[in-house]
Design a protein around this ligand. Structure first.
Ligand code: 5AD
Ligand code: SF4
Length: 471
């Protein structure tokens, strides 16, 4: 059955804000200002969702902490992409037994992709009784009502019904820092790569309306944000569900045209949907970072087909060549999975060859992790974990060598960076990013934070550059 867009009416969001006001009054009648902790795992979409949760909590009158022992309300926003993240979450939830004992009445909430999986929701229900509220990504917009149920009915609440997903507008949002902002433009994914759980837990692709996105971007620029990242699981299919005549390239241009000084980024792009029009638009938009995160996942065509990626290694390389021809200074990053079920050592060599050919600026590499309900989880997987680790280590070594070489090429150059924070390193007390997203540790003082400056690169390492501010 075709997916139908479901937009949550504004009145329903207003109702949630009314619940927040009710809870704020309730807390204040109890003579306290509640303290909340929000812990986020996984991708930037989850960071963005945590900003929505903090927005609601702030409307309830909460202060924020990073200390579980100081918190009245704990929200753990989880990730399901790999097993490792799930194990960490379960370990950390178990450890909350101590804070809950020390702080009776502490409310523990578990949300996000991991708990949207039925087998995990069951596990939480039966094995983690300290969790008061469990809700999936589709229910986040009604977090206040769910929390109110926990508080008034004094019983555990589970809101993890399956859904193709909804689109909400007008929720409060609390962003931290004031310099960099995530801006979600769409949710969900239709691609069903065979290893990936995301389409099962985040639902089908649905785009926000362009006028809503532009209004939010304008508000961000007005509020002084200088680094805006448009977010989606697959931004290149933006707008396909809307019939509004705006595709991703046009959206990018419209955000670029907002007056003001800021850097415009986006992620993630799917190679099969990355078009010449997109690369041309990136090249033409003066605020758009010349950085593209283009996950290749594997370099062998049989493996790519088994992953259902929708492109061959040759087609991928053509796109890279096209993008580099239009943007010679392009920074290219990628994701790669090692040990997909049935991947042979010879097939893995194709991945190494592709990486040698492309020479990524940096790479995120993962050992395949079977996910319940995905097609790949049912495939024979004869290679041992130890063998996969050997391949993984080889890939990492190659990746580090190339990143190091690319970084070394910056020595002596002067680049414009946005100073975005502080660093513990006394010699380089500031952190900054080049327009293409490279980390530069800088000499200088706090007053530079939030400013664009020119930095001369004086040292380089595998993961970062080091430099000093020059006039
Ligand atoms: N196992 C390992 N890595 C995975 N990814 C997604 N699903 C899995 C999995 N089951 C990786 C992909 C994706 C990134 C966000 O996580 O490389 O691009
Ligand atoms: Fe997962 Fe593939 Fe969708 Fe990315 S494009 S979220 S890897 S299914």
């Amino acid at each position: 059955m075709a997916y139908q867009r479901v937009e949550i009416p504004r009145e329903q969001i207003e109702e949630q804000e009314a619940v927040c006001a009710r809870l704020a009054a309730r807390f204040s009648a109890e003579g306290r200002r509640p303290v909340a902790m929000v812990d986020t795992y996984g991708c930037q979409q989850n960071e963005s969702d945590s900003e929505r949760i903090r927005g609601y909590l702030a409307e309830m009158g909460c202060d924020f902490t990073d200390d579980a022992f100081a918190a009245d309300i704990i929200v753990i926003n989880t990730c399901a992409v790999r097993e490792h993240a799930e194990q960490r979450v379960l370990g950390n939830v178990g450890a909350l037994n101590h804070s809950k004992k020390a702080r009776p009445g502490q409310i523990i909430c578990l949300c996000g992709c991991m708990v949207q999986q039925p087998h995990i929701a069951e596990k939480v229900k039966y094995s983690y009784p300290i969790v008061n509220l469990t809700f999936g990504p589709h229910q986040l917009w009604r977090f206040p009502a769910l929390l109110e149920q926990v508080l008034t009915k004094k019983k555990r609440v589970f809101a993890v019904e399956p859904s193709d997903g909804t689109v909400t507008e007008g929720e409060p949002r609390r962003r931290d820092g004031g310099i960099k902002a995530w801006l979600s433009i769409m949710y969900g994914c239709n691609n069903f790569c065979t290893y990936c759980v995301v389409p099962y837990v985040r639902g089908r692709e649905r785009s926000r309306r362009p006028e809503e996105i532009i209004a939010e971007a304008e508000a961000l620029v007005k509020a002084g944000y200088q680094d805006i990242t448009l977010l989606g699981q697959n931004v290149n299919s933006y707008g396909k569900d809307l019939d509004c005549g705006t595709d991703f390239a046009e959206l990018l241009r419209r955000v670029n045209d907002i007056p003001g000084k800021f850097v415009l980024r986006f992620m993630t792009s799917h190679p099969k949907d990355a078009t010449e029009k997109l690369f041309q638009t990136m090249a033409a938009c003066e605020k758009c970072a010349h950085h593209i995160h283009l996950p290749v996942q594997a370099g062998n065509n049989r493996v790519l087909a088994a992953m259902n990626r929708g492109y061959t290694a040759e087609q991928y390389l053509e796109k890279v060549a096209m993008a580099r021809a239009l943007m010679p200074d392009l920074v290219l990053t990628t994701d790669i999975i090692v040990g997909f079920p049935g991947e042979t050592n010879a097939e893995f060599e194709d991945t190494l060859r592709l990486v040698e050919t492309v020479r990524y600026d940096s790479m995120f590499t993962f050992i395949y992790s079977p996910r319940v309900g995905t097609r790949a989880a049912a495939l024979p997987d004869p290679m041992t974990r130890a063998e996969k680790q050997v391949n993984f280590d080889r890939l990492l070594e190659l990746s580090n060598r190339i990143s190091g070489e690319k970084h070394a090429a910056y020595l002596g150059k002067t680049v414009e960076v946005l100073v975005d924070g502080e660093n513990r390193d006394e010699r380089y007390p500031l952190t900054s990013r080049t327009h293409s997203g490279r980390l530069v540790h800088l000499q200088g003082d706090r007053s530079q934070i939030g400013h664009f400056v020119r930095a001369q690169i004086t040292e380089s390492a595998t993961w970062a550059l080091f430099g000093k501010i020059v006039p």
